[in-house]
Design a protein. Sequence first.
Lengths: 176, 622
Amino acid sequence: MLDLKQDYFALFGLAPSYAVDLDRLEQAYLDLQAKVHPDRFAHLSDAEKRLSMQWATYANEAFRTLKSPLERGQYVLELKGVDPEFETNTAMSAEFLMEQMEWREALGEAREAGDEDTLEELARRIRRDGKALVEQLGAQLDEQDDLAAAADTVRRMKFLEKLQHEINDALTALES
Amino acid sequence: MALLQISEPGLSTAPHQHRLAAGIDLGTTNSLVATVRNGVPLCLQDEEGRILLPSVVHYLPDGQVAVGRKAQVAQAVDPRNTIVSVKRFMGRGLKDVAHVETMPYDFVDAEGMVRLRTVQGVKSPVEVSAEVLRDLRIRAERSLGGELTGAVITVPAYFDDAQRQATKDAARLAGINVLRLLNEPTAAAIAYGLENASEGVYAVYDLGGGTFDLSILRLSRGVFEVVATSGDASLGGDDFDHRLFCWILDNAGISLPSDRDARRLLMKAREVKERLTSDDSVPIRLTLDSGDEVDLTLDRSVFADITATLVAKTLKPMKKALRDAGLEPEDVKGVVMVGGATRMPHVQKTVGDFFGQTPLTNLDPDTVVAIGAAMQANILAGNRAAEDEWLLLDVIPLSLGVETMGGLAEKIIPRNSTIPTARAQDFTTFKDGQTAMAFHVLQGERELVSACRSLARFELRGIPPMVAGAARIRVTFQVDADGLLSVTAREQTTGTEATVQVKPAYGLADDEITEMLKSGFEHARDDMELRGLKEQQVEAERVIEATEKALLADGNLLSDAERADLDAAIAALKSAAAGEDARAIKIQLESFNRASNEFASRRMDKSIRQALAGHKIDEIRL
């Protein structure tokens, strides 16, 4: 049982690269859940129920990780023995940090003003930038094998994700 | 309702016995029970041929308890002892309950959950709900001709952990083995999706008597995947009644009606609301006990105006769910309407305008949830072959987290995570030599602890003294397939551990349940003992049958010695089950579970490898 749990990619029968075929990932996930989901074991013994919950939990965790471009990047780095050091390593290019500050300022102002359009526009820009980073990370991990650069990209993606969350929260707050 | 036949006779688990399973919709206003018979789901009737059981419980001075219509009749004469819409109090403190001032009850603000003082003593909402559930269990057992193996109980998708736990406790108190707590909109989606062979993204708009849910699901062949869920756990048809009740008071110039008058006016308000679904204008005439005369006429358009803000309150959850799902309204292929309150024309119009399409109303909004629950119960009870089963992937509605420094909530499991799920987070000590750490478990989306629901508090003790920041305390949140949370805290360097079932804060402590079970069965102690024995025997039979079937299929996974051990364990369990000692069977069951653990684990591995093998072949082909 343990060997099956060593690697999310192996679990879903996928090659351990950053680029993944999302349709195949999803199909493999659904096939696995079809076997292990607690609904399949509700009428069986406690031992089987417990195992099923553990496996279904693991399958969900693995799927969630590989589906998200950010978490997948982080996971590939971990498999290669690199910790992206979100907490400690905040060394970013001045240019990126400047842009971040501008965005945060724009977010703060739009939130204050209750300006939904600006928030939506900001969200679109972040999504666009995020997409570019995903492509960049793919190249860094799968082609160039430049782990330091990849870790830097993952950290940037993390920044953008946080910002995205804050924009969503601001938009939700505006609707109340 | 004409559903597609979903189980052909040849595909069931026959020759094994069909297990009696039911789906129960425990509603704010009405409750009902359904089952699958000969492959066709249907709602079960009471002795008078009625399907809906009003969720009303009347406690009489002589110790009798009336449930349903009989209780409903007592509403106006004995409002204090007649509990309606008790679902609104499940897992809730007094401060969380809206319109307390217009309710005729004698509230007791107990810790955690509010209680009600009745002529039969103080009752918890769990006990009141259990009366409704017991009535439905008896109805099902009478109708099916045997004891239920178990039931699926539905809950609003937006119910938090405390409300879910309270519901499960109520079922237990009613003598029901809960196969699963199922979210109401998900149950509706199962019934709708299977009947219409739907594929694509669907929204379920479920406005019940006291709760509102909005779930977005992706339906594809054999898979029901909830992508996002949102709602308001205290918004429903009751609020429309209340708005109308206030309108009547204002326009009839009545202030401070008596409890009895208030209840009569509320009942009148509900009646008028229901009639406005088909009539453009409804007269309201009533003479109150106080002598006040009510003589008014209400137009549908005026009713729509005075309740417009309530309908508007459902828009925000709709937007939030779509945003969480990363979808736009036009991505939604169909909107399924569930719950009696969706019959109101202005609700349908608002939803239609939002999604840019006419909502789907071809299912009976009152029964669709119970029907879906029955279908799921049939599967969970093991009445269908694994290949025929659909896969249901649901989510938690609200984020789970812990309190951190400064009264802030830190999320550990975000909302809309697919269940079952587990997440861990590491914490550390902040003082030198600190040996204990307190945790406060929260549910909700807000940053401030005070704006979240407090689920439990617990302490991890026995941390070895270290310098500040040296201890590594891993807190693991596990949410099971019922959406219920358990939390474990473990100091990593020494293995000191503390576990809490997130239960006592809002649910009932285990001994409280035991106490209620005892008192509830006081007059029928023998019956209870018999039931206990029967339950253990059924459980033993079930486990033996499942294991023997598994051994036939996968006996080769065991060595001869292991096989002999398991056979011996089966024999021991069989002989205990043949006896009359419930405790002895329980002990044998536990030791049997230990003995079969390794076998279960190997079978699981085998099945997973089979699932993976299909993909390996794909890969070679690429």
